[in-house]
Ligand binder design. Structure first.
Ligand SMILES: [Mg+2]
Length: 222
């Protein structure tokens, strides 16, 4: 058994749970918030740009003019600065707020984000400002551990929406009953990723994701 992340345990114990209500767990970056567009604004202020040719940051952040990729160490430092300076000011992914609001009365909604815990309040405020006043859990690494802990709190259907396939795959392997939805906010990134990952539903946008969740809830009589 993996060792429980103590921090995760304390974060989750501070939330209230309802066993009868479905649980909708949502990633933030590129699901609720436009991470790439925010990063591009930040990079532009440093005379850099993000070349959207693959689903990774390393190797694709380049100097304006020379187009020389910056080193991996520089990318790590840039991301650190980005989270501190700009991650509280990201724009929402279209349709996210309205979709979640439509489920808020009949489901528990939790944002599970791989964000440094020191930035959790900023992230929560950023989401709140865009009409998404849901609890934020700061995760690290794969999300299946946090999903297993949260799924244990409900007897109703469980959903995970994420743009990163390895989070969905790990969760599906560990929790076969979890409805895993693959959604990518940025259309340029979305175009780079193959249509379907085994065991997951690929949603073109929030309308599609919302329709899928709604149908599952109807099928369960909820
Ligand atoms: Mg993400």
């Amino acid at each position: 058994m993996p060792i429980l992340n103590k921090n995760l345990t304390s974060q989750l114990s501070s939330l209230s749970w309802n066993r009868a209500q479905p649980l909708i767990v949502v990633d933030a970056d590129e699901v609720l918030l436009q991470f790439v567009c925010g990063l591009e604004r930040f990079l532009a202020s440093r005379n850099l740009w993000f070349d959207v040719v693959s689903y990774k940051l390393f190797g694709n952040i380049k100097e304006v003019g020379t187009n020389t990729p910056v080193s991996e160490d520089s990318v790590k430092l840039l991301l650190h600065d980005f989270f501190i300076e700009a991650s509280h000011n990201l724009d929402p992914v279209p349709g996210a707020s309205a979709a979640l609001e439509s489920f808020a009365a009949r489901a528990q909604i939790v944002v599970l984000s791989n964000v440094p815990e020191t930035q959790k309040t900023q992230r929560r405020d950023n989401l709140h400002q865009h009409g998404m006043p849901y609890p934020v859990v700061a995760n690290e690494g794969l999300k299946d551990e946090a999903m297993a802990m949260m799924a244990a709190q409900t007897d109703a259907p469980v959903f995970l929406l994420d743009d990163i396939t390895h989070h969905l795959k790990a969760t599906k392997e560990r929790l076969p009953h979890c409805h895993c939805i693959h959604i990518i906010g940025d259309p340029r990134l979305s175009a780079l990723v193959p249509e379907q990952t085994t065991g997951t539903y690929r949603a073109a946008d929030w309308d599609a994701a919302s329709g899928y969740i709604d149908q599952v809830l109807i099928d369960y009589g909820l």
